[in-house]
Design a protein around this ligand. Sequence first.
Ligand code: ADP
Length: 191
Amino acid sequence: MLNIVLFGPPGAGKGTQSEKLIEKYKLKHLSTGDIFRANIKGATELGTLAKSYMDKGQLVPDEVTIRMLESEVNKNPDAKGFIFDGFPRTKAQAEALDVLLKSKSTSITLMLALEVEESELKKRLLLRGKDSGRADDLNPDVIQKRIDVYNSETFPVKDYYTEQAKYKGINGIGEIDEIFNSLCNKIDAVK
Ligand code: ADP
């Protein structure tokens, strides 16, 4: 299996690149943000809970997020591999993901990180908010909170994969296709 963690701060372009990667490598895309938003739309219990955190720019608690992710992986027993987008966002999530994949006799192949500086992220998120109407992209305070949470809780997940020699950083600024090619080169080098 080819299992990729697509990593990077809010607004780095994970969703855009995931769409292109799943097409090329025939992988299953699991975006925790998208799954939470689908639950909010469907007014499920999980959606109501997730919304209370997302609207404030906070992380949904690990226990809830991990359980949801496990159930999504279990729904796809025939997948050739996964792109994990927006997960893991904490060290506890990274550990849980390793345990889950190990139970399926597989593991993470690579962590691909889109590197984009903070001022560019803020510009992109505000622009996205205008188009998508995503509540968490419309409010500058919520955007700042998400970037702060990324720096304090999520960025350290990089070390977890660096220790396993799985971390690869990519410049996330430039043409979409150029960035996509850089990602593909990293994947093709280990495939
Ligand atoms: P972005 O990365 O652009 O901020 P996402 O769509 O990935 O957006 O996530 C939106 C929100 O969903 C996050 O701010 C957070 O509240 C919640 N969320 C998504 N993934 C996770 C996760 N793995 N753990 C905890 N909360 C998450």
